[in-house]
Design a protein around this ligand. Sequence first.
Ligand SMILES: [Zn+2]
Length: 371
Amino acid sequence: MDPQTVFCPNSACPASGQTGRGNISIHSRKERRYKCSECGKTFAETKGTVFYRLRKSQDLVVIVVTLLAYGCPVQAIVMAFGLDERTVMNWQSRSGQHCQQVHEHLVERPRDLGQVQADEIRVKMQGLIVWMAMAIQVQTRLWLGGVVSQCRDRHLMCALMRQVRRCALCRSLLFCVDGCRAYIDAIRKAFREPIPGQAGRPRLRAWDGIAIAQVVKQYAHRRVIGVTRRVVQGTEAQLKTLLQMTQGSGVINTAYIERLNATFRSRIATLVRRGRALARQMPTLHEGMYLVGTVYNFCTYHKSLRVPLHLPNHRRRWLRRTPAIAAGLTDHLWSVKELLLFRVPPPFWQPPKRRGRPSKATKALIAQWCT
Ligand SMILES: [Zn+2]
């Protein structure tokens, strides 16, 4: 137990989310609890992780969640480990929600995306078809997020593009999407900013440097017989530069997202086929998607992301990287246990908004914790 690396999880506490400030001490080694001297509350070591209030051993949970993240059927886990089906489903749901928090905390930060590809998968569930739209940053193969919806419509694309927008810096950005018209409106709608300094509702201005390209495939008897590529927005020169920069060739394609779809599909097919009640529920699919996506981003080496290391005497080694390493989010491969143990800090404390001057006590708290 190391109090220096722990923060107070109490969002009402002035010290919430801050580490190494000396306010945390060990409350009980036997019960593995810490205490915050600022708010006086105690909390368990596992608060904020997947293991909070679980009675089974952490190693067992890690094994089960790893199997789930690689598409192992729940029934197989139930038989192999003698667990209750509801327990396994509960662990999956917990870890999916946890992964979503980690994703929102670490991946949804503004960065120069370069090229983004988006596509949607048709997922067959019991008695209904749902659509799962996802986006990938091509250069780092980073999964940027996904949305599950019953309809493949404007709302789905808009929700996906809002997610991409949270990951994007206002730089040159190329979108490669399929022929669905709704994407174009969704991209134009999401990538706008209010013009400051106006009374009333501000007018919105579109970002400069957004290019959109479509790849439309023609099918006959489920086989591709032709591909049409068209530029919807942006100049040819801009497109060529962005394509060269992000993928090293100048051909408009959606190959990267299709490869990612295949990865997800191999792990989601079993998710869906798992059982009768479960396959009907969309939250299960949503949580499964976040579990698979975050494990893909942080815990799996991607072969095409490796870079050669030139050693003396003309020897060469490969430095393997995960999408998260390539995107600069972390410097090492995470184990699934590390992912499940990651505690997302609550937002820093904000002093209460009151009329008039703050009291002396509030001033002292602001001086101590908000600098
Ligand atoms: Zn506290």
